[in-house]
Design a protein around this ligand. Sequence first.
Ligand code: KG4
Ligand code: ZN
Length: 363
Amino acid sequence: MTTDLTILGLESSCDDTAAAVVQIKNGRPDILASVVEGQTALHADFGGVVPEIAARAHAEKLDGCTAAALQKAGLTLPNIDLVAVTSGPGLIGGVMSGVMFAKGLAAGSGIPLIGVNHLAGHALTPRLTDQMAYPYLMLLVSGGHCQFLLVTAQDQFQRLGGTIDDAPGEAFDKSAKLLGLAQPGGPAVEAEARTGDPKRFKLPRPLLDRDGCDMSFSGLKTALLRARDAEIASHGGLFRQTRSDLCAGFQRAVCDVLSEKLRRAVKQSLTQQKITGIAVAGGVAANRDIRSALEAVASEFDLPFVAPPLSLCTDNAAMIAYAGAEQFVAGRRDGPELIARPRWPLDQTSAPILGSGKKGAKA
Ligand code: KG4
Ligand code: ZN
């Protein structure tokens, strides 16, 4: 990208309100500020994100986050060349809060506006962090998403496969709940798994027997529930070591499924074209065992592996600013007619993925 741009990014599609300022000079992006305000405490009593509470909180926090991002960047609105806002997919109320706020800001200040697909933000993150060249293979793996994308341009995404039910992060969270561990479940299960024996419990590797790159994680969580109940029935409770062994077994199963499906996604991509590497994004990419399992697959194919820093793997507005910039430079822009799209598959040509995650549509 040759055009120099300073972009304000806004994100409010789930339970993080975020604003960021990204500057692109001589084709190199620089994150001047990235502010993320989570809402975990607001939803803690409800066992999941409550859409109405989330939407209201976004509406209340967006201006504060924006002011904080501009202040951190040492800039004011007249320095901004583009407002990029997540306009889907996600929880409709939250997306609407962001879109309305961005429209007001852009119209009031005479700044161009662009609506960005949240998943495109994740999918283009390796370009923001590592200037990864197209085409590359991307695994989005979080609490709400799980899909393999062949990314060939800033608006060209081919979905090679995805989960047909739970996303892995969702399965980690539900499994943690079943074992009495804290939320979010991913880090808790990972910590517990460190002292566990991954081979003690024979947990399934769902859909490995089926061709292609689609995945399923809800049966794995049910198998964990059954194993837990059998242990409780025969021992009258769950020993600490047993809990660790269950966590280790669960985590190993997720690693095995993601690795094998990644292998297939690479092979499928290579039948179409050469790829420059493999990238991962999403909160589950924080898991060290999963990250190294994916990295091992990349080295089997002699391909570079890019895993952005965690703050850019999880929801943030810097990725929205960057994706907006790439699409703006390619000629896209929006006006006051921009609407929130709760469902907005990145790949419009593939059949939609079934099901809906705890945080909204899987897209
Ligand atoms: O990307 P993210 O912050 O939010 C969305 O889901 O959009 O991902 C959060 C998910 C949660 O389900 C959380 O349990 C999972 O990522 N997660 C992990 C780890 N850290 C976060 N899963 C496995 N291992 C981890 N270390
Ligand atoms: Zn996300």
